[in-house]
Design a protein around this ligand. Structure first.
Ligand SMILES: [Zn+2]
Length: 406
């Protein structure tokens, strides 16, 4: 079920928090308590200074956190009207008291976290709340997590931390930080609720929206991409050709090469525009092309800053490439799960209902043991990438095992 958009008590900012009625209810109650705290009246027990949004990738952790931030900053009725300056600037990313931290490279540095904690300790300019959203709290380094812990343990009166992570497992968020947070657990949204939001918000026609939602694995952003981007559809199709396409040993290297190159191309597309814009902004800020006194020193400083920016962009590109490759691996794992599901005769919903014919034909010719071995090969590849094994090496090892599983 989607949050009813026209409900007078639930604000419009919740419209894109797909299929999460329980979370919306808790956070709406928290906003009422937050208002009570500011007024010094009523029950404030629903509000706290640190929240942990957990849920699988694509379930909308940051979308929910941002909607909550908007309701906290909403000046009209305090429920997130979506229209007032507080709501609009929160969504536009320009609200003076809302900071969204997205780890750009592989993690957030200690220095960045310290600077952030210092900013968060200021009094809110709006007189309401200082909100800090940390989009991937699971990518904090130990040092950064420690710097954050201090702030979460002794939060300034009007500061709220919203952390987002896949789960509250100690691998994702340290036990000490988790113990200071109230957890909002998001579930995988249903295909129906994703199809509904694609039609309503993105104006995608019903049939395409339903198809994209059905093959997205409950990932809202991925569903939108598949519905609107031909290249994304092509890449998914080429990934799903791999299982039945491995006929000769030579196919192993072609498939591995195609997977790695597709991830590189995809990541490069995502990065290129952003990288160039950042470099332009930096050059403008550094006053490139100036002449006169002090220019030489300024130029040396600018070169140093450019080098630093390039280093960060490279690190971020590596992360993007790994994320893109991981999505392809999730699709691939989904196919082998479908083969197992089909073989066992279980009525479970398929990951790739539009490839049911292929998974059925694989279920007939492969033993369950060999299918399971293939699935394990994909999962092992995901783990290897997480441990920083070079993509090409990890992917070649995986495809070799897909071709000859046991
Ligand atoms: Zn508002």
């Amino acid at each position: 079920m989607t949050a009813p958009v026209n409900d007078p008590v639930i604000g419009a900012v919740w419209a894109d928090v797909v299929g999460q009625p329980d979370a919306v209810e808790t956070l709406t109650a928290a906003t009422r308590s937050a208002a009570a705290l500011i007024d010094g009246s009523g029950d404030a027990s629903g509000m706290t200074h640190a929240w942990l949004f957990t849920g699988p990738p694509g379930s909308g952790r940051t979308v929910a956190a941002r909607a909550f931030a908007a309701t906290l900053q909403c000046t009209t009725d305090g429920i997130g009207c979506g229209q007032c300056r507080g709501c609009r600037t929160t969504f536009a990313g320009t609200h003076a008291d809302v900071r969204v931290v997205v780890p750009e490279g592989l993690s957030i540095s200690v220095a960045e976290m310290r600077a952030l904690v210092q900013l968060a300790a200021r009094r809110p300019a709006s007189g309401r709340w200082q909100v800090v959203i940390i989009a991937d709290a699971d990518r904090l380094t130990e040092g950064a997590a420690n710097a954050l812990l201090k702030a979460v343990e002794e939060p300034p009166a009007r500061t709220v931390f919203l952390l987002c992570a896949p789960s509250d497992h100690p691998d994702d968020v340290s036990v000490t930080i988790r113990s200071r947070c109230r957890t909002i657990n998001l579930r995988t949204p249903s295909a129906e609720s994703i199809a509904e939001v694609l039609q309503r918000r993105d104006g995608i026609e019903a049939e395409l929206a339903t198809w994209a939602a059905s093959v997205s694995g409950g990932h809202v952003g991925r569903a939108r991409r598949l519905a609107t981007d031909d290249a994304a559809r092509d890449r998914r199709a080429s990934v799903l050709r791999i299982p039945l396409g491995l006929r000769r040993f030579a196919d192993v290297f072609d498939c591995a090469d195609a997977l790695v190159k597709a991830a590189e191309t995809d990541a490069a597309e995502v990065s290129k525009e952003r990288d160039e814009a950042e470099l332009d902004a930096l050059r403008t800020a550094m006053g490139a092309g100036g002449t006169g006194k002090g220019t030489a020193a300024a130029t040396r400083g600018a070169k140093g800053a450019e080098k630093e920016l390039e280093r960060r962009q490279k690190s971020r590109a590596t992360r993007t490439q790994r994320d893109v490759l991981d999505l392809a691996l999730v699709d691939l794992a989904g196919f082998y799960r479908d083969v197992l599901v089909t073989r066992s005769g279980s009525p479970a919903v398929l990951n790739h209902p539009d490839h049911a014919g292929q998974s059925a034909s694989a279920a007939e010719s492969w033993s369950p043991e060999s299918t399971l071995a293939r699935l394990e090969a994909v999962l092992a590849c995901r783990e290897a990438l997480e441990l920083n094994v070079k993509p090409r090496i990890a992917v070649e090892a995986m495809v070799t095992r897909l071709y000859r599983p046991m």
